[in-house]
Design a protein around this ligand. Structure first.
Ligand code: DON
Length: 552
C-alpha cells in the first residue's frame, strides 16, 4: 500500500517534459521562464514576444546562462512568412588587442580570457532583445519584462538543477563578492530549496521597462556597469556600450530532403556547418543507409569532421573578415566533401582532449498560433560567465572573449582550434557555435530546435534534425535520443553512454574511428514539432536538464 501511495505521489509531482497543444508552445531550460513566454502568447503576443519574455525571465531564473550581460542569436519566421536573424553577439571592446590574453613570451594565459571583467565582451543581450521586440514583436517592453521583474523581486526556489549549476560554479562565484552574496547567499553552497531573491536585478529590469534601451546605454545601469569595469580592471567603455550594434542578418537558408532549413549565418559557425553536413548527408543518401545504422553513423561522423575543419579555417566575424560563405556552401564543395568520404574514417593528428562541457548556454524554442516560430540561443559563454556580478545592478558579465582564437592554432576551453579570421580585434564579434534553427515544410514552420554545449551545439542540432526527418521521432523522442560529436580536432568521437553499444563501437573502430576515453552528456536541446496535417504542436524539454514545455 505504502509503495502505491509513493508511486501516485511521484506521478502527481512529475513535471510534464512534453505534451501536445494547439495554439502555442514555449520550451526553455527553466519552467518559470517557459511560463513567462506562455503568458505572452496567451495575451495575444506572437512568437518573438514570447521568446523575448522567456529570455529576460531566464536572466533571472537560469543565471548560469540566461543573461543581461551576455549575447545571443535569434532566428525567427513569423506567421506572415517574414524571417530574420538577429545577431546580438558580444563585441570586442575598442581597446581590445590581438595579444591581450598572452604573457610576455607570447604564451596564452587562459584565466585572463575566462575569469574577471577583462574576459567580458561588450554585452549585446539587452540591445538585441529590445531590437527583436521592436522589429518583430507586438507587445510593449514593459509587458514582456513584467514576469522577469516579478521573479527577481519575489524570488523563486532554485530547485535541484539550479542548485547544481550554482554549486558547480561555486569557486568562480566566490571570487566575486557580489556573486557570492547573491548566488551563494554568502556561503559556500546552496540547497535545492534555496529561495533566490534578486532585488538589484529587479530594480535594473524596472528601470529598463521604464526607460527602454536608453537605460542600458546612458542610464543608471550604464553607470553601474562602467563603475564595475573601472574598479575591477575591465576595458568596456561608455562608447562601447553606446555604439554596440545589433545586426539584422538575412536568415541562412538550405534544404534537407523535403524541408527548408532556416538557420543562423556567421558570426555563428553553426548554420554554415549544419548546412554543409546536411548537404553531404543528403548526397550520401543517409536516409537509405539509416541514420542509426553503422554506415549512417560513419557518414554522420565524417561529415562532422569535415564541417569542423572548414569552421576552423574559414569562419569568423563576417563584418571584419572575408568569409567565403557562397564557396563553403556551393554544390561543388559539398559534392567534394561527400566524395572524400570513404569506407574508413579520415586520418587527422592531434590528441589534445577538450575539457568536459559545462552547463552554460541556454536555448529556447517557441511556436505560436499564427504559424510563427522563434529559435533563440543566448549565453554568457562559461557557466555564470566571467563570474562577476555588476555591484548594484545584479547581473553577471560574460567571458565571451574566450571564443576568439586568443592564441591562433591553440585549443580554447572547448578544445577548439581556430584560425586567423577569429583573432581578437577591436569591435569584432567572436565566432560562435550557437545554432538556433527552424525547419519549414510547404511554407510552414514545422520544427524548432537549438541547444547549448559549445561546439557540440552544432552536432546536437544536426542530430535533432536527423532524428526528426530521417528517424520520424516525435518531440520527446528527438530530445531523448543519445548524441555524439566530432569536431575535427581532437580526432575522436565524444559520445553519450547510450549512443553506441559495445558492438557498434567495435564496428566503427574497425573503420578507423577513435573514441573519447569516457562518455559525457551532450546538450540541453529544446524542440517543438508541428504536425503538418493536424496542426498539433508538441514541445519537449531535454530530459538531461531541468527545463519544461508549456503550451495551450
Ligand atoms: O557561442 C558559443 O559558441 C559559446 N560561447 C557557447 C558556449 C556554450 O554553449 C556552453 N554551453 N554549454
Amino acid at each position: 500500500m505504502r509503495q502505491w501511495i509513493l508511486v501516485v505521489l511521484v506521478a502527481l509531482t512529475m513535471r510534464p517534459l512534453h505534451a501536445q497543444w494547439k495554439q502555442g508552445v514555449v520550451v526553455a531550460a527553466e519552467p518559470a521562464a517557459a511560463e513567462a513566454g506562455l503568458a505572452m502568447l496567451r495575451a495575444g503576443g506572437n512568437c518573438v514576444d514570447a521568446a523575448v519574455a522567456t529570455a529576460f525571465a531566464l536572466a533571472v531564473t537560469w543565471p548560469a546562462a540566461g543573461n543581461l550581460g551576455g549575447g545571443g542569436f535569434l532566428v525567427a519566421r513569423l506567421g506572415d512568412g517574414r524571417s530574420l536573424a538577429i545577431d546580438f553577439r558580444e563585441m570586442a571592446p575598442r581597446a581590445a588587442t590581438r595579444g591581450m590574453y598572452l604573457d610576455a613570451k607570447g604564451e596564452p594565459v587562459p584565466e585572463l580570457s575566462l575569469v574577471g571583467v577583462l574576459a567580458a565582451g561588450t554585452p549585446g543581450s539587452v540591445p538585441g532583445l529590445c531590437a527583436a521586440l521592436e522589429r518583430l514583436g507586438t507587445l510593449k517592453l514593459a509587458a514582456v519584462l513584467a514576469p522577469a521583474i516579478r521573479l527577481a523581486e519575489e524570488g523563486f526556489v532554485v530547485g535541484p538543477h539550479g542548485a547544481a549549476a550554482i554549486n558547480g560554479s561555486r569557486k568562480l562565484l566566490a571570487r566575486s563578492e557580489e556573486s557570492k552574496r547573491i548566488f551563494l547567499a554568502g556561503g559556500t553552497e546552496v540547497a535545492p530549496d534555496f529561495q533566490l531573491r534578486q532585488p538589484e536585478l529587479a530594480a535594473t529590469l524596472r528601470r529598463l521597462a521604464e526607460h527602454g534601451l536608453e537605460e542600458w546605454q546612458h542610464g543608471r545601469t550604464t553607470e553601474l556597469l562602467l563603475a564595475c569595469m573601472q574598479k575591477q580592471g575591465g576595458i568596456v567603455t561608455s562608447e562601447d556600450l553606446a555604439d554596440y550594434r545589433v545586426v539584422e542578418r538575412e536568415v541562412l537558408r538550405g534544404r534537407y530532403r523535403e524541408h527548408e532549413v532556416l538557420t543562423m549565418p556567421p558570426p555563428s559557425s553553426g548554420g554554415v556547418a549544419l548546412l554543409q553536413m546536411l548537404g553531404v548527408l543528403e548526397s550520401k543518401k543517409l536516409h537509405e543507409a539509416g541514420w542509426s545504422s553503422i554506415e549512417g553513423r560513419h557518414l554522420i561522423i565524417e561529415s562532422m569532421r569535415r564541417a569542423f575543419a572548414d569552421r576552423a579555417r574559414f569562419l569568423g566575424d563576417p563584418d571584419q573578415s572575408r568569409i567565403p560563405l557562397a564557396e563553403l556552401l556551393a554544390g561543388e564543395r559539398i559534392a567534394a566533401m561527400a566524395a572524400s568520404i570513404g569506407v574508413e574514417a579520415a586520418r587527422l593528428d592531434d590528441a589534445a582532449l577538450p575539457p568536459p562541457e559545462r552547463d552554460e548556454t541556454t536555448h529556447l524554442s517557441v511556436l505560436d498560433g499564427m504559424g510563427g516560430a522563434a529559435s533563440l540561443t543566448t549565453t554568457l559563454n562559461g557557466s555564470f560567465g566571467c563570474g562577476v556580478t555588476v555591484p548594484g545592478a545584479g547581473f553577471l558579465l560574460n567571458n565571451e572573449m574566450d571564443d576568439f582564437s586568443t592564441a591562433p592554432g591553440q585549443p580554447n576551453m572547448y578544445g577548439l582550434v581556430q584560425g586567423e579570421a577569429n583573432t581578437v580585434a577591436p569591435l569584432r564579434r567572436p565566432l560562435s557555435s550557437m545554432t538556433p534553427t527552424i525547419l519549414c515544410r510547404d511554407g510552414k514552420a514545422v520544427f524548432v530546435t537549438g541547444s547549448p554545449g559549445g561546439p557540440t551545439i552544432i552536432n546536437t542540432v544536426l542530430l535533432s534534425i536527423l532524428a526528426r526527418v530521417d528517424g520520424g521521432l516525435d518531440a520527446a523522442g528527438v530530445v531523448k535520443a543519445p548524441r555524439f560529436h566530432h569536431q575535427w580536432r581532437p580526432d575522436h568521437v565524444s559520445f553519450e553512454a547510450e549512443a553506441f553499444t559495445a558492438k557498434e563501437r567495435r564496428a566503427l573502430a574497425a573503420r578507423g574511428h577513435q573514441f573519447a576515453d569516457k562518455a559525457r552528456r551532450q546538450g540541453d536541446c529544446h524542440v517543438i514539432t508541428r504536425d503538418p496535417a493536424s496542426g498539433i504542436l508538441e514541445g519537449a524539454a531535454d530530459p538531461r536538464g531541468g527545463g519544461a514545455a508549456r503550451g495551450f
